[in-house]
Design a protein around this ligand. Sequence first.
Ligand code: UDP
Length: 248
Amino acid sequence: MGLNLDRASVLGLPVHLCADYVGWLLDCLALGRGATVATLNAEMAIAAERDAQLRSALLGADLIVPDGAGVVLYLRARGRRIKRMPGIELAEGLLERAAGRGDWPVVFFGGKPGVAETAAQRWRSRCPNLAISLVQHGYVNDQELKDFEEAIAAQRPRIILVALGVPRQEYWIAQVRDRCPEAIWIGVGGSFDIWAGTKERAPAWFCDHHLEWLYRLYQEPWRWRRMLALPYFVWRALLDWLRPAPIR
Ligand code: UDP
């Protein structure tokens, strides 16, 4: 598989189209190349319209996968045959398939104290060959962050999972990626909470019916304000859809 990917656009942001995103990342790893990965959903697409730093981080990402149902429906309405790739599944697929390679060290960064450690322990029991070399919670002060960045630069891991939430994780990855250019950097949001068992993923029925957001709202009602972006995304998508195509 070549490393050049076809891409579509969602409200002016790229989404890469690929039948096997995990395979693409493994090809990068095998070639000694790094990549930054973002997992786009409707909330992020709307946030990026107002947040220039987030927008620039997304435009600079090497791979953007369609994480949210809204993004997938937007693209399907434009005739793109596209399958959803939730960030957590991308990260799980990558860890499972990278597990055989002890020479691809993995870093877990983010989550409340203890969460990344529990998530890492669970991965170690599930895939004993997975080399998780560094684990750091996401509530660090400036000095601790500096020390952690030094440790990454010295260790040269190949996979760095960053669970600081949007947009913090995208800002940080864009800022420090050059300290370890051969790594795959992925913003994984709340994935450590799910692996550690402190939060639950929506049951399959909600995911299959594009309603994972509703389950999330039920689990974390304080997200309602953030989620106002969803109806706004639908509105923006409709406007985009009604707009006549430019005359060439
Ligand atoms: N988090 C963190 N440091 C912070 C703020 C948040 O490590 O300063 C973690 C938080 O504990 C949680 C994750 O970031 O594990 C955010 O998860 P969420 O599900 O909100 O991700 P999003 O929906 O933003 O992708």
